[in-house]
Design a protein around this ligand. Structure first.
Ligand SMILES: Cc1cc2nc3c(=O)[nH]c(=O)nc-3n(C[C@H](O)[C@H](O)[C@H](O)COP(=O)(O)OP(=O)(O)OC[C@H]3O[C@@H](n4cnc5c(N)ncnc54)[C@H](O)[C@@H]3O)c2cc1C
Ligand code: SF4
Ligand code: SF4
Length: 401
């Protein structure tokens, strides 16, 4: 009997965020409404999917005498026991061999983008679904105008005496209570931390999240209310919430005071940048590095943190807002605002101290990249080379969902 190591996904800790499925260069990962799974007949063990996974669920490699089928993986609540390798039996690739395959594959796919060199060391996966932290809701208020279409909330969670160490740019997982229509616990939902590492309120053991209530129509026109976002948006002061994480070890803020940080976002993508900006304001308001924000929304009433943002001094942050649905005004998107600032962006792209962060709606990075490419062309720079260098040096980060 030959044993082979098979790449699998741990259903207990997977938060069903789809990142791995989008990353896999050979489409070996698929999902149903229950589990994310790996097709053993397609997977070539390249590991390109491993670094971007926020939970580590993807990094599961078990020995088996025959490949577990997709149907078997879809039915799992937990990983099966690993087959034991008996003396004298053949085995599949060992971790060292797997790693060698990976190095080749990640080189060809651009590899993992490291964190900024000066970022503090993050704690990750301190709390899991089996052992979550309990937080108390210290406040919940609506950020968007009462008549705005999108309902976005600022929710502050207090961890009391339980340590919950986060850095700007990390996310937390929230476990919605109850079970789905098949009687299984709901999946964990991820939310970016919107406050700096020393707390929403300085030196308090709390943090903030920025959550948009999801209401979508299915193919038949039936209204679907998002489980996690509606749960969080409806929380009342004093409610208890089960929290996992923190997650994320690359989309982190550089600590270096000379770091120029270009932040490009839409909607709740502003959350991590609120953390970045507040960190700079509290710890290094006179830092030499620039903060440059490009923020898109449909209208001013739909732009979270619009009021407080406009009160920040221009010496701290250079704010560029783009609105796409203001009656009587031309539609503007973040990439339009970036093109208006081509000279400043080109100068920043030439600096080894510049970092670019993109956060918000899935798909937004395409327009942003086109704008950066156009700006480079206009200023005799090569965007392909600059982008590769930025990624290599941990200075180009994208988080879209
Ligand atoms: C790294 C990361 C960070 C994130 N940070 C944030 C954050 O800071 N703030 C935040 O609000 N969300 C954030 N999210 C998204 C969040 O985790 C949830 O996916 C989101 O709240 C929807 O979950 P739900 O349970 O409400 O909807 P679900 O119950 O999971 O979905 C209900 C239905 O709505 C559809 N749907 C889901 N999202 C949308 C959408 N945006 N527009 C239209 N239809 C949709 C689904 O396809 C589904 O059919 C983040 C996700 C990731 C991966
Ligand atoms: S190891 Fe490579 S081939 Fe296999 S699922 Fe991950 S990205 Fe796809
Ligand atoms: S948590 Fe990891 S394994 Fe699960 S869907 Fe996200 S990237 Fe894939």
């Amino acid at each position: 009997m030959e044993l082979k190591r098979q790449h699998l996904i741990d259903p207990v800790i997977c938060i069903r965020c789809n990142t791995c499925e989008e990353t896999c260069p050979v489409n070996a990962i698929t999902h149903d409404d229950r589990n994310y799974v790996v097709d053993a007949s397609i997977c070539n063990n390249c590991r390109a999917c491993v670094p971007p996974c926020p939970t580590g669920a993807i990094d599961s490699w078990l020995m088996s005498s025959r490949p577990w089928t997709l149907e078997e993986q879809f039915s799992w609540d937990d990983l099966p026991p690993e087959a034991k390798l008996e003396e004298g039996l053949e085995s599949g690739p060992e971790p060292a061999e797997v790693t060698a395959i990976i190095d080749v594959a990640t080189a060809s796919t651009g590899g993992r983008v490291p964190p900024p060199f000066s970022a503090a060391h993050p704690y990750v996966n301190v709390y899991s679904r089996e052992s979550p932290a309990t937080a108390r809701v210290a406040g919940n208020f609506r950020l968007t105008d009462p008549d705005a279409e999108s309902d976005i909330h600022h929710v502050v969670l207090d961890f009391g005496i339980r340590p919950f160490p986060v850095l700007e740019g990390q996310s937390i997982g929230i476990i919605p209570p109850g079970v789905d229509d098949k009687g299984r616990p709901h999946n964990i939902r991820l939310y970016s931390v919107a406050s700096p590492r020393d707390g929403e309120r300085p030196h308090h053991n709390n943090l903030a999240v920025t959550v948009k209530r999801v209401r979508a129509k299915d193919d038949s026109g039936k209204l679907i209310e998002g489980i996690g976002s509606n749960y969080v948006c409806d929380l009342k002061k004093g409610d208890q919430v089960l929290v996992t994480g923190p997650f994320g070890d690359t989309f982190l803020m550089p600590n270096h005071p000379e770091a120029n940080i270009v932040m490009i976002c839409t909607g709740t993508g502003a959350a991590p940048f609120r953390g970045f900006t507040e960190r700079r304001r509290r710890k290094a308001p006179d830092a030499a590095g620039k903060l440059l924000l490009f923020f898109g929304a449909r209208t001013p009433g739909e732009l979270p943190y619009c009021g407080p943002l406009m009160k920040l001094p221009p010496s701290l942050i250079d704010v560029n807002l783009a609105y796409s649905r203001v009656p009587g005004e031309p539609k503007q998107y973040v990439q339009d605002k970036m093109r208006e600032r081509d000279t400043d962006l080109a100068a920043l792209l030439k600096s080894e101290h510049s970092y670019i962060y993109i956060c918000g709606l899935k798909g937004m990075e395409q327009g942003v990249e086109e704008a950066l490419s156009d700006i480079c062309r206009l200023h005799d720079l090569n965007w392909t080379e600059i982008r590769a260098q930025l990624r290599r040096e941990g200075r180009y980060h994208v988080e879209t969902y």
